[in-house]
Design a protein around this ligand. Structure first.
Ligand code: MG
Length: 449
């Protein structure tokens, strides 16, 4: 992580740290980095979108890069447009699920996956150095406008089809998904009721899709006797789901179900997930011919894992799913179509969810200054080796130790001065016993660090 780019691109309060001046510099830096070519630029529904997009586009044009402005656009549509228009990169002006006073800049590669931290570091270096490429008057980039949403829906309908029609309630959280998710569901042949789908830049609910923020959606599904509820965050790269009984389907359960469905649809293979995902996934996909590979937290690592392992699917237990047959950009909207296809083929979500094994998950946060994190993690790694009897150790992102019946993940937060413990066990007693021991270990390590 650098001065501007955090764990998911730039994300800051507008006109405080994220100013038009910074957006201009990012545009110039990206144009300098690319040298030549074409960039797709889209934005979510925030009030500051146009202001930042204009500045960013100016920067790109000044370096001689051509720009296709796709206007209001969810992140997955930007990813789709990069390929459609054969662009060299894409940018979404979005702060994902952050509150409305935030905005952000996230850059995407030619193949649809997000810029890696190495690429972002390079952009930062160019910004700091201030040596931007300056095009002569003859070579200033050209600006065009396009709407890729029709092509997106057509392409999606080539890959997903339903036998029957369903009643679907779509809650876009007043975000950019509003422009396409309800329409795709309708084109699939469903009866669609949309909720929070007016694009004012004022958000009615919290943008992170979870059991609490989706209470209204759950109620609507019940009252309307709908078959399913689909929800998105502000840029619709994520999906949250409510079942036919009006219950929010836990992320881990949804991750298992969709992984299983992808194996049935596209054949046996690897499933990529992150180190914070539970055992339910492994146990559910194994009989279906799936093998789970864990990577670092974040959509870049998931996309890289998919490429490396030639995986069938990759998803995080935050509702961020990547379907490589479609694109390497996380896509909550296409994910919604797949959820409907799964229901169409295999039955209601409330019934399907019963197939997923449930375990006990516990989480804890322990204060730890940023300076102490590295040293504390070294001590934790060393001591965990001694104090727990485990079978496997994964140390790609924090330290995860596991047995057949439980796992514990020790991981420093990337954004807050805390150390996180996440663990899972088959029984409540075992989970509590492990947590007590894990907490003691972390507290001791922080004291010593
Ligand atoms: Mg998002």
């Amino acid at each position: 992580m650098g001065k501007y780019f955090g764990t998911s691109g730039i994300r800051e309060i507008v006109n405080e740290k994220l100013t038009p001046e910074l957006a201009l510099k990012v545009g110039k830096a990206l144009g300098t980095y690319l040298g030549e070519g074409k960039v797709v630029v889209g934005m979510d529904t925030r009030t500051s979108g146009e202001m930042l997009k204009g500045a960013l586009i100016s920067g790109l044009l000044s370096t001689g890069i051509d720009v296709i402005d796709i206007g209001l656009s969810p992140t997955p549509l930007t990813g789709f447009a990069i390929k459609l228009y054969e662009a060299n990169a894409g940018v979404t002006i979005t702060a994902s699920h952050n509150p409305p006073e935030y905005n952000g800049i996230k850059v995407w590669q030619e193949n649809g996956m997000a810029y890696t931290s190495e690429m972002e570091n390079e952009l930062e270096r160019i910004i700091e150095e201030g040596k931007f490429r300056k095009a002569s008057w003859r070579e200033i980039g050209k600006l065009g406008f396009a709407d890729p949403s029709k092509a997106y829906i057509e392409k999606a309908l080539e890959m997903v089809a339903l036998e029957s029609s369903y009643k679907v309630v779509v809650d876009c959280g007043n975000g950019a998904g509003s422009l396409i998710s309800p329409y795709l569901q309708r084109e699939l042949g469903n009866k669609v009721v949309s909720l929070n789908s007016h694009i004012s830049g004022y958000f009615v609910r919290e943008l992170e899709p979870n059991a609490k923020s989706l209470e209204e959606l759950a109620k609507a599904v019940k009252v309307l006797k709908a078959d399913v509820g689909i929800a998105h965050d502000g840029d619709a790269d994520r999906i949250g789901v409510v079942d036919d009984q009006g219950n929010f389907v836990e992320y881990e359960v949804m991750l298992s179900l969709i992984s299983g469905y992808m194996l049935k649809k596209f054949g046996k293979g690897k499933i990529i997930t992150t180190v914070d995902a539970g055992f339910a996934l492994d146990n559910y996909v194994k009989p279906l011919g799936g093998e789970v590979v864990r990577v670092k937290v974040g959509d870049v690592a998931v996309a890289e894992g998919i490429i490396k392992e030639k995986a069938v699917f990759g998803g995080e237990p935050s509702g961020t799913w990547i379907m490589p047959q479609w694109n390497l950009t996380p896509d909550g909207i296409f994910a919604g179509a797949l959820v409907l296809e799964m229901i169409d083929k295999f039955g209601s979500l409330s019934e399907l969810a019963k197939e997923i094994p449930r375990y006990v998950t516990l989480r804890a946060k322990i204060p730890c200054s940023n300076e102490k994190k590295r040293k504390a993690m070294e001590i934790i790694a060393r001591e965990a080796l001694k104090s727990f009897e485990y079978k496997r150790l994964i140390d790609i992102d924090g330290v995860r130790i596991e047995n057949d019946e439980w796992w514990i993940l020790f991981r420093p937060s990337g954004t807050e001065p805390i150390m996180r413990i996440t663990l899972e066990a088959h029984t409540k007693e075992k989970a509590e016993e492990l947590m007590k021991k894990a907490k003691e270990l972390v507290e001791r390590a922080i004291r010593k660090a």
